[in-house]
Write a protein that binds this ligand. Structure first.
Ligand code: NAD
Ligand code: WQD
Length: 337
């Protein structure tokens, strides 16, 4: 299929573009590079054996977005573009509403105008708020615990309304759990700007000596070792999940939602141990206060994706941290070589 990938230069987008190319799709990326680098796409092209075409455009610009849809005439849009910092969203919610909700609205209008009605959307396990029970199934009640989370929730609702109003739409909403890891070549990975907010990128920077120690947020949760538990999923598994979901929406209509996780949780201390082993050195850490808004434990019920998409995450924690460590060592400054 001809696929337009918004945010395709970003962390999950770049790995997914490579997976789509490997699966034989014809891919164009749309990105404004506000949180990414063209180098990522250059490297995807090297790994795929052909350059990746891309358009520099901002989804906040309705005219540019319409133009991109007309120019590329895709069969389907895979929509990653957006802002993703929970903390920043609590400080500047309007930026998040404008960028994530406004950008998606512009994209949907441009798609509608050009008759493109197939979409895969990057949602998040954050839409479960504080889950009542784990594993978390797609049927759990939804809530927002941050402005960022609210943008994902609102967009999911918009997409549901759209599919209900017009049965020509075919929409997949993928609720990612905690994506980590990197391409095993060490050429693609996550390149956070400034201080990493997420656990694994932070641990990587401590392991390589850029930061002194990891703060483990909370040691008194009701979990076996007292630290938080999350469903870390290798970014390559996540990328393959998109390829599988694309096959589904190519042949089905309506709005559908799937969890993309492994179904198993690891604690913060287990991640630290695994990372220390992969790096061959102890990663120093200190216990700190719980981080506001964190839930004790979150991991996915994965049966629906397995059944309907015929997809299952295959890679374990060891591969996630080994691949991250390789990326970390080979690219100490991220994509800015
Ligand atoms: P990322 O920041 O690496 O990638 C997002 C990409 O979108 C970047 O290349 C950025 O430049 C681009 N972009 C942002 N706003 C844009 C705009 N207005 N117009 C055009 N391009 C724009 O983030 P990621 O980790 O790859 O996440 C991708 C998607 O998955 C996001 O929607 C995010 O909310 C969602 N998600 C991420 C995680 C995670 O932990 N990484 C978890 C759940 C969901
Ligand atoms: C994981 C665990 C922390 C950093 C976030 C978003 C979520 C989704 C994925 C986008 C928690 C602990 C972390 C550190 C620590 N993103 N931790 N020290 O919070 O599960 O999910 O990213 O949709 O919406 O909220 O991921 O990697 O930040 O934290 O102890 O320096 O690691 O307390 O238990 P989180 P995370």
């Amino acid at each position: 299929m001809r696929v337009l990938v918004t945010g395709g230069a970003g962390y999950i987008g770049s790995h997914t573009v490579l997976a789509l190319l490997t699966d034989g799709h014809d891919v164009t990326v749309l990105d404004n590079f506000q949180n990414s680098s063209p180098t990522a796409l250059k490297r995807v092209g090297e790994l795929a054996g052909a350059p990746v075409p891309y358009l520099i455009a901002d989804l906040s610009d309705a005219a540019a977005t319409r133009k991109a849809l007309v120019a590329t005439a895709p069969d389907v849009v895979v929509h990653f573009a957006g802002l993703k910092s929970v903390g920043e969203s609590t400080i500047n919610p309007l930026r998040y509403f404008a960028s994530n909700i406004g950008g998606t609205l512009n994209l949907l209008e441009a798609m509608e105008a050009s008759g493109v009605r197939r979409l895969l959307f990057s949602s998040s396990a954050t839409v479960y708020g504080a889950p009542r029970a784990v594993p978390v199934s797609e049927e759990e009640p939804l809530s927002a615990t941050s402005p960022y989370g609210r943008t994902k929730l609102v967009i999911e609702q918009m997409l549901g309304d759209l599919a209900a109003a017009d049965n020509r739409w075919s929409i997949g909403m993928l609720r990612y759990f905690n994506p980590v890891g990197a391409h095993p070549s060490g050429r693609l990975g996550e390149d956070p700007r400034g201080l990493p907010a997420n656990l694994v990128p932070f641990v990587g920077q401590v392991a390589i000596g850029k930061l002194p120690f990891v703060r483990v947020f909370g040691s008194d949760y009701e979990t076996p070792d007292g630290t938080g538990i999350r469903d870390f999923i290798h970014v390559l598994d996540l990328a393959e999940g998109h390829v599988a979901a694309l096959d589904w929406i190519a042949s089905k209509r309506g709005a559908h939602v799937w969890n993309l996780g492994t179904g198993r949780g690891y604690s913060v201390l287990e991640v630290l141990d695994a990372y220390s082993e992969a790096a061959g050195r102890d990663v120093p850490y200190r216990f700190a206060e719980r981080r506001p808004g964190d839930v004790p434990s979150s991991f996915a019920e994965t049966a629906k994706a397995e059944r309907e998409l015929n997809w299952k995450a295959r890679r374990g924690l060891r591969e996630m941290v080994e691949d991250h460590w390789r990326w970390q060592q080979l690219n100490p400054g991220g994509y800015e070589e």
